[in-house]
Design a protein around this ligand. Sequence first.
Ligand code: FES
Ligand code: FES
Length: 156
Amino acid sequence: MTFDLVLNGVRRTVQAAPGDSLMDLLRRLGCKSVKNGCDDGYCGACAVLLDGRAVNACLVFAARAAGHRVDTLEGLSREGVLHPVQRAALDLGAVQCGFCTPGIVMTALDLLARNPRPTEHEVREALAGNYCRCTGYVKPVEAILAAAAEMREAAE
Ligand code: FES
Ligand code: FES
């Protein structure tokens, strides 16, 4: 099937087989930040935004994105300037192997869009579906809280 979607702000006409997942489609389109950690909805490594809400792309049929907006990590930086969540993750040591990082960043964006002033508990709850085997979550949580503070300041 052929359909249109808006990927990282750009309208694209794409092709997918009926059983293709959104994860498979996005990786074929070059979005290699979308990681296949488990292919079964458990790890969050494939998290992307579908109309602004974080979804595990391995659980979503590609066709579900027809006519919708999809955002991945590839669309976050602007002219080489990282998004505050990306920069905080790097600056505060929240990235070790990095396999989980794109999914964590996209999940954080969903959280911060709905709740610009999350508590540490709320950040930890939001990350409950994102497995990280390296960091113990302390640094990613710190980075999201720091980015939230920076984004609030910038919005004032
Ligand atoms: Fe999608 Fe693990 S690859 S949740
Ligand atoms: Fe390695 Fe999270 S940094 S899995």
